[in-house]
Design a protein around this ligand. Structure first.
Ligand code: BEZ
Length: 223
């Protein structure tokens, strides 16, 4: 079982951009590996088109994206034109991020991405809508797993990426529904006597019935 903090399993795979070794491909970037059930399906098409539109946002965050489904590369390549068309892009341009083929479910099985309730025409399970975020040291940092019938929210993927990148640099955690610029929570591990040094901008302690001063807010650090 893959745990947060583990080195993300490396693999070599055939993709629409040629053969790719995951760790080499990511280099010093963050990475998002996301799977989808099948090519030429409506929800998947909207998701991959959304990723196309968000590429400048992923680039700003030094993040490479890689798609994956069980279909063949020739199917992916043909489908890419539909995705580009749906996204309002030029379908004759090179598709800008790789999509892995995983016909024998080798990667999908290793990463527990298969959905036993979604089968292809031969009865083989398809991939669910998984998302894995990998940091530049190749550590596995976050995952989502959605069923085929529920498209993902890619704004949420950017949001968690922002949170991961911020909390790697500042001694804060990001609260419910946080977005960049919102107040953050001081990490419980920061002792009171360190507050002036770590948070020169100051903090606010929210009074609670328990009388315990654990809910400490600070402005969003600029990192
Ligand atoms: C879709 O992408 O629309 C989809 C794929 C598989 C099952 C259900 C929906």
């Amino acid at each position: 079982m893959l745990l947060l903090g583990d080195v993300f399993p490396n693999f070599t795979a055939d993709t629409t951009a040629g053969q790719l070794n995951l760790h080499d491909y990511l280099g010093t970037s963050w990475g998002i590996l996301f799977s989808h059930p099948s090519d030429f399906t409506p929800v998947c098409t909207t998701e991959l088109a959304r990723v196309l539109a968000l590429l400048p946002e992923f680039n700003k965050r030094n993040t490479k994206v890689i798609g994956l489904s069980c279909d063949s590369i020739s199917s992916h390549v043909e489908w890419c034109k539909d995705i580009q068309s749906y996204a309002g892009c030029n379908e004759d341009e090179k598709f800008p991020y790789p999509i892995i083929e995983d016909k024998n479910r080798e990667i999908a099985s290793k990463l527990c991405m298969v959905d036993k309730d979604e089968l292809d025409t031969t009865g083989m399970p398809l991939t669910a809508r998984a998302v894995f975020i990998i940091d530049p040291t190749k550590k596995f940092r976050l995952s989502f797993l959605y069923p085929a019938t529920t498209g993902r929210n890619f704004d949420e993927i950017l949001r968690v990426l922002d949170s991961l990148q911020l909390t790697d640099k500042a001694k804060v955690a990001t609260p419910v529904d946080w977005k960049v610029g919102d107040d953050c929570m001081v990490l419980p591990t920061v002792p009171e006597d360190m507050i002036p040094k770590v948070f020169p901008q100051g903090i606010t302690v929210v009074p609670l019935p328990s009388g315990k001063n654990y809910l400490r807010k600070t402005t969003c650090p600029k990192v």
